[in-house]
Design a protein around this ligand. Structure first.
Ligand SMILES: N[C@@H](CCC(=O)N[C@@H](CS)C(=O)NCC(=O)O)C(=O)O
Length: 255
């Protein structure tokens, strides 16, 4: 049975942002309020001050009109001037290319390459470790999952976060911060249900995570904590039926 999304729309500060972006527009953001991959793209839209139309989609329903926009049937997706695109990291780069103002990437090609490497590490190691940790049921598996997640974050931080700067790659909030921020928003759930603490990564990482939660774009795209909990309980009990949850259960990762 497909996962039921309750509530079916954003709440809290995110609901206000949705209301501000309800008018028809040539840039349509197909989103799910609960989805961290969606929140990445939402952060980029807000950070760059781009105007857009927010459309809530239940991706578990796989409705034919949405499959024409994203054949994978996943949110986020964008339609810009009737041309569709999907995959959160592709969308981040697309928005930065299509709307060059308030760039989220360094201009220097080598620096931009380093950002791509960091994004790959987040996608291939950090995010899968998050789901493995969340879906682990046996105490031993949970402990192992916690260690692996902390290590993934520690390695990412050591390799890609520049010292003495507020944000990952310097003084500007950029794509590396954005790609990880939605999972930081969900740290309080990990703390409550699995005993995770960002302090276990290290002090500087924990300070960065606090700055992320204070960022206006993060606040503006975040729903009420109790509503995330309703959605994530299925992950903590390992009963979620999303493509990500099913792949994690099989010991795989969604490509
Ligand atoms: N790799 C995709 C992942 C997107 C994704 O998994 N979205 C979830 C919601 S958080 C979804 O649409 N799930 C529907 C399903 O699994 O059937 C991205 O980065 O955009």
């Amino acid at each position: 049975m497909p996962d039921h999304i309750n509530p079916p729309h954003a709440t809290g500060a995110a609901a206000e942002t949705v209301k501000t972006h309800s008018a028809e527009h040539s840039l349509v953001f197909h989103a799910g309020w609960f989805c961290p991959f969606v929140q990445r793209v939402w952060l980029a839209l807000e950070e760059k001050g781009i105007d857009y139309q927010y459309k809530e989609v239940n991706p578990y329903k796989k409705e034919p009109h949405f499959l024409k926009i994203n054949p994978k049937g996943l949110v986020p997706a964008l339609e810009h001037d009737n041309k569709a695109l999907y995959e959160s990291l592709v969308l981040l780069e697309y928005l930065d290319d299509a709307f060059p103002e308030n760039s989220l990437r360094p201009a220097d090609p080598h620096e931009a390459g380093l950002v791509r490497l960091a994004l790959q590490q987040i996608s291939n190691i950090v995010v899968p470790a998050f789901y493995k940790y969340v879906q682990a049921q046996e105490p031993e598996a949970q402990e192992e999952g916690g260690k692996a997640f902390v290590k993934a974050l520690r390695d990412l931080h050591a390799q890609w976060f520049l010292p003495q700067s507020d944000w990952a790659r310097g003084q500007d909030f950029g794509l590396v911060d954005i790609a990880l921020a939605p999972w930081v928003v969900r740290f309080d759930l990990l703390e409550k249900h699995r005993g995770f603490s960002a302090d276990a990564v290290n002090e500087r990482f924990a300070a960065w995570a606090r700055r992320v939660l204070d960022r206006p774009s993060v606040r503006a795209t975040t729903s009420s904590p109790e509503d995330y909990e309703k959605v994530y309980l299925r992950y903590f009990e390992d009963t979620a039926e999303s493509e990500v949850a099913k792949a994690t259960r099989k010991g795989e990762w969604l490509k």
